[in-house]
Design a protein around this ligand. Structure first.
Ligand code: CU
Length: 139
């Protein structure tokens, strides 16, 4: 059963900014003032040339998400994105939200310390000997 999820587009924020949907669901942005919706490559303001609403002051723009993934978008009017007018659509997030409830995993860290002092002294001595012998040969 696919759903249509509503996002309000006002000055200068998407509400809600994060939506969690399932593959096949549609997001509908309702424009209340002059903005737009452009897909971005990540949570930055770099536009991805896939889908966008173009500039709208009223009306709606819809986008159906067929595949699971994390889809970022932003408003590119003026410096709205730089001011934080961004959103994200998590598709398939309902199952990952369940996964987040699993107990935290513990990570063990093994620290191995290796003394290199003897090796370093050998390198220094060898280099000194090499320079010395080269100098002798040169003379
Ligand atoms: Cu805007």
């Amino acid at each position: 059963m696919s759903k249509i999820i509503q996002v309000e587009v006002t000055d200068d924020i998407f509400t809600p900014a994060t939506v969690n949907i399932l593959a096949g669901d549609t997001v509908q942005w309702n424009f209340r003032s002059f903005h737009n919706v452009y897909e971005t490559v990540d949570s930055s303001c770099t536009v991805k040339n896939t889908w966008n609403s173009a500039d709208l002051s009223t009306g709606t723009y819809t986008q159906t998400f067929a595949n699971n993934g994390t889809f970022y978008y932003a408003c590119t009017v003026g410096n709205h994105c730089q001011m934080g007018m961004k959103g994200v659509v998590n598709v398939g997030a309902l199952s990952s939200a369940t996964a987040n409830n699993s107990p935290a995993t513990t990570t063990s860290t093994t620290t191995t310390s290796i003394s290199k002092s003897n090796g370093s002294k050998f390198v220094v001595l060898s280099t000194a000997f090499y320079i010395l012998s080269s100098t002798i040969l040169f003379l």
